[in-house]
Write a protein that binds this ligand. Structure first.
Ligand SMILES: CC(=O)SCCNC(=O)CCNC(=O)[C@H](O)C(C)(C)COP(=O)(O)OP(=O)(O)OC[C@H]1O[C@@H](n2cnc3c(N)ncnc32)[C@H](O)[C@@H]1OP(=O)(O)O
Ligand SMILES: O=C([O-])CC(=O)C(=O)O
Length: 374
């Protein structure tokens, strides 16, 4: 991987601390969690194993995983006060705002009293996020007060069950599992850095995660998967996609789902989620969304040498699974919570308040002129 040209805007290229959790753009496929290549994890592990890895530094044994999954299963349901709050949130609210409120409110009713409870708080959020998302979604969109507990074996399966009211196919459960693995952790990205800055003030876990959700929401970060879906849905065919994208570039618009702050020529997560998109497209019988996505990928590389990041083929993949577009970024939250919480714990274990300096470019020193004379 060639070095990316750097200037200091956006803190690009500057080390802002140490981490033992993740490397981005450095070795193997370019993305490792605690030393494991992400493609190895996507092929040979489950999301719960990855969550355990990020929280403990090692993959679990069978006994440890069984115990961990049982613990998470017991934490899936949410209390009536949180349900009542979710019921108050209007249908047209962006689901990321619902996640933010849900996370914050859980911190009101089940606060992290001290740091000895940090793992408990992280596991609670991990287990409860699918319920927060789906309870609000199905109440506001369908008028249903769903049962938020389920005995689905995986968190991905649990989410699909709450969303659709039925047990998902083994394949959909596996795709969700892979997707959650791919999104779990990514070093000092903007939302994780937000969580670490908040943690560095010795704030509580819920505040750190609430801030991170707000940061992930933007279309330059996690919100790109939804924005990519909105875009490709407007294209009528692969050739129409190329024509319309050329016009977008001409107008100097950003094409969501392309480019990256660290990777230079490819995002290692793309090849994995793209393969699932292709598989689901073929099974679906209508491959047009996948074909259009491939045309976008070809066009962006040929014209700008920009490549698909993790978000782009997630759009078609989730769409083929029947997931509403507005829930794409909240699913990212359900996954990235693991990385965020692991970074909060890491920051706390060797903390100094994060407080950089700024280069002042404002007015020279001056005196206040009394208001009547201005
Ligand atoms: C899971 C994730 O969060 S992955 C990222 C998801 N975000 C997106 O997909 C949004 C679209 N992509 C982008 O906006 C950017 O590529 C970012 C935010 C991801 C990275 O930003 P940067 O590090 O500043 O990008 P980079 O330095 O490579 O940009 C170089 C040039 O390419 C352009 N460029 C980069 N990405 C794109 C894009 N998707 N569409 C059009 N032009 C682009 C930039 O505008 C920049 O040109 P400029 O210097 O004339 O402004
Ligand atoms: O690392 C980044 O800047 C964005 C990203 O891909 C992620 O958070 O997954």
């Amino acid at each position: 991987m060639t070095e990316k040209k750097i200037n200091s805007a956006g803190l690009r290229g500057q080390s802002a601390g140490e981490t033992a959790l993740c490397t981005v753009g450095q070795s193997g496929s370019g993305l490792t969690y605690c030393g494991y290549d992400v493609s190895d994890l996507a092929d040979n592990a489950t999301f719960e194993e990855v969550a355990y890895l990020l929280f403990n530094g090692e993959l679990p044994t069978t006994a440890e995983l069984t115990q961990y999954k049982a613990e998470l299963l017991g934490l899936r349901d949410i209390g009536q006060s949180l349900k009542d709050v979710l019921k108050l949130i209007p249908k047209d609210t962006h689901p990321m705002d619902v996640m933010r409120t849900g996370c914050s409110f859980l911190g009101n009713v089940e606060p992290e009293a001290d740091f000895s409870q940090q793992r408990q708080a992280a596991n609670r959020l991990l287990a409860a996020f699918p319920a927060i998302m789906c309870y609000w979604y199905r109440y506001s969109h369908e008028g249903l007060e769903i049962d938020c507990s389920s005995d689905e074996a995986s968190l991905g399966g649990h989410f699909l069950r709450l969303l659709n009211g039925k047990t998902p196919s083994a394949q959909h459960e596996r795709v969700m599992d892979v997707s959650l693995i791919l999104y779990a952790e990514h070093e000092f990205n903007a939302s994780t850095f937000t969580a670490r800055v908040c943690a560095s003030t010795l704030s509580d876990m819920y505040s750190c995660i609430t801030g991170a959700i707000g940061t992930l929401r933007g279309p330059l970060h996690g919100g790109a998967n939804e924005a990519a879906m909105d875009m490709i849905q407007k294209f009528k065919s692969p050739s129409d996609a190329k024509v319309q994208m050329a016009a977008m570039l001409e107008r100097k618009e950003k094409i969501m789902g392309f480019g990256h702050a660290i990777y230079r020529t490819s995002d290692p997560r793309n090849v994995i989620i793209k393969a699932w998109s292709e598989k689901l497209a073929k099974q679906n019988g209508d491959t047009s969304l996948y074909d259009i996505s491939v045309a976008c990928e070809e066009f962006m590389w040929d014209s700008k040498k920009l490549f698909c990041n993790a978000d782009f083929f997630h759009a078609s993949t989730y769409n083929y699974m029947g997931i509403p577009t507005k829930l794409f970024t909240p699913i990212f939250v359900c996954s990235r919570l693991t990385g965020w919480a692991a970074h909060v714990m890491e920051q706390r274990s060797n903390n100094r308040i994060i407080r950089p300096s700024a280069d002042y470019v404002g007015a020279d020193p001056r005196k206040v002129i009394p208001i009547a004379q201005r």
